[in-house]
Design a protein. Structure first.
Length: 130
């Protein structure tokens, strides 16, 4: 995510803030935090998520030139995911190719492993298990 561009309309970021993050959010659950805090968006309560222990909110990921948010298995073949009920889990992912990161760099593309439940087989942790 290009944080500098996101916050430009509100006076920019604090000095020293890196221009890109290494985490992604599940857009099916909530909008990116800047949109909620500064654009009058609303959040979703935990009670509105049918299976909070199975629903990923945030994860090790990045943003591509197409605005996809693929997982990034940067921890010995795993990525870390934070769930709606508050627990955190390392999930396996397999490299399946490459894609282009938002800033133009070529990055690895991963598919979520079988331990990912609802998200298994996906390249992004997007959506809500029903």
């Amino acid at each position: 995510m290009d944080l500098v561009a996101m916050f430009a309309a509100w006076g920019g970021l604090a000095p020293g803030t890196p221009p890109f993050t290494s985490y992604a959010s599940n857009g099916a659950v909530f909008a990116n935090g800047y949109a909620i805090a500064m654009m009058g968006g609303t959040t979703v309560s935990e009670t509105a998520v049918p299976k909070p222990a199975e629903t990923i909110l945030l994860y090790d990921g990045t943003v591509t030139t197409t605005q996809a948010q693929p997982v990034q298995a940067r921890h010995n073949g795993t990525f870390v995911a934070g769930y709606a009920d508050g627990h955190v889990k390392a999930l396996s992912a397999t490299e399946v190719g490459t894609t282009t990161q938002f800033a133009g760099a070529t990055i690895k593309l991963y598919r979520i492993g079988s331990g990912g439940g609802f998200y298994a087989g996906m390249t992004e942790a997007q959506g809500v298990p029903q």
